[in-house]
Ligand binder design. Structure first.
Ligand SMILES: Nc1ncnc2c1ncn2[C@@H]1O[C@H](COP(=O)(O)OP(=O)(O)OP(=O)(O)O)[C@@H](O)[C@H]1O
Ligand SMILES: [Mg+2]
Length: 233
């Protein structure tokens, strides 16, 4: 516990990148299991570079039939379980959501991408409705993560989407995952951010700060949700 699942039916939304950036930060503190449920296995390939942290266990042999059990089992073994899913509306996504404590919905900051993100909210709501039959107050905590945004300026598009999410009561992270060469380089070098060669990859330190800020905000949200749950139960 907790189980954090990255969901966005849109391909290329930044799920795998933000999932790995978060997993690395968590692994600096406590053991984490990363379930790489994308059939292309991008995180498994990254780990095959041989430099994944000792604290990080990566499981990639999952199917829609086994994902539920795999997540539940991992949650008994490490304090954090983080799941990366493929960018489709496959059944495996619904099964993973059913096991989750928090859903991160990455989206790039354009109107079109944000509209696609709403398909992820539909999956979250469907899961909530199922549970609410027995537990009417149940809510699955989630938040949108804006990805690949400029570190220098907030675009008009992103500002507008933030406003409309606010108006619609859709939670989003204050921290955005900025467009940084280092986030791409993790995969091409198959190295954790902390091990990237700073003479070859620009602004590695800024990317690390960004990943840390995301991890901090996520943990704060999970902690406050757990606290609310305790108060209301
Ligand atoms: N913060 C970032 N900075 C720079 N490049 C990024 C960032 N986030 C994602 N990318 C790049 O965008 C592309 C898509 O990102 P990623 O693979 O993380 O998305 P995804 O949602 O996992 O895609 P899929 O649905 O195919 O699994 C990749 O080329 C990745 O390197
Ligand atoms: Mg991916």
């Amino acid at each position: 516990m907790p189980v954090i699942v990255f969901v966005s039916p849109k391909g290329g939304a930044g799920k795998t990148t933000s999932c790995l950036a978060l997993s690395e930060q968590i692994a600096r503190r406590v053991p984490v299991t990363v379930i790489d449920a994308d059939p292309n296995h991008p995180i498994k390939s990254w780990a095959e570079g041989g430099n994944s942290p000792a604290n990080m266990t990566i499981i990639s042999d999952v199917t829609d039939k086994t994902i539920g059990e795999t997540i539940a089992d991992a949650a008994t073994k490490t304090p954090f379980v983080i799941v990366d899913l493929e960018g489709t509306a496959a059944t495996i996504v619904a099964y993973a959501i059913a096991e989750s404590d928090f859903v991160v919905v990455p989206t790039q900051g354009s109107q079109l991408d944000a509209e696609q993100a709403s398909r992820a909210f539909g999956l979250i709501r469907a899961h909530e409705r199922g549970i609410q039959k027995h537990k009417p107050d149940y809510k699955l905590p989630y938040a949108v993560l804006f990805t690949r945004t400029s570190a220098a300026i907030q675009s008009r598009d992103t500002r507008h989407i933030r406003k409309s999410f606010e108006a619609g009561g859709i939670p989003f992270f204050e921290t955005e995952l900025n467009e940084r060469a280092a986030f791409k380089a993790m995969f091409s070098y198959r190295l954790p951010l902390e091990m990237l060669p700073t003479d070859e990859v620009s602004n590695v330190g800024k990317a690390i700060e960004n990943a840390e800020a995301f991890a901090r905000e996520l943990i704060a949200r999970i902690t406050s949700e757990a606290h609310q749950e305790k108060i209301s139960s």
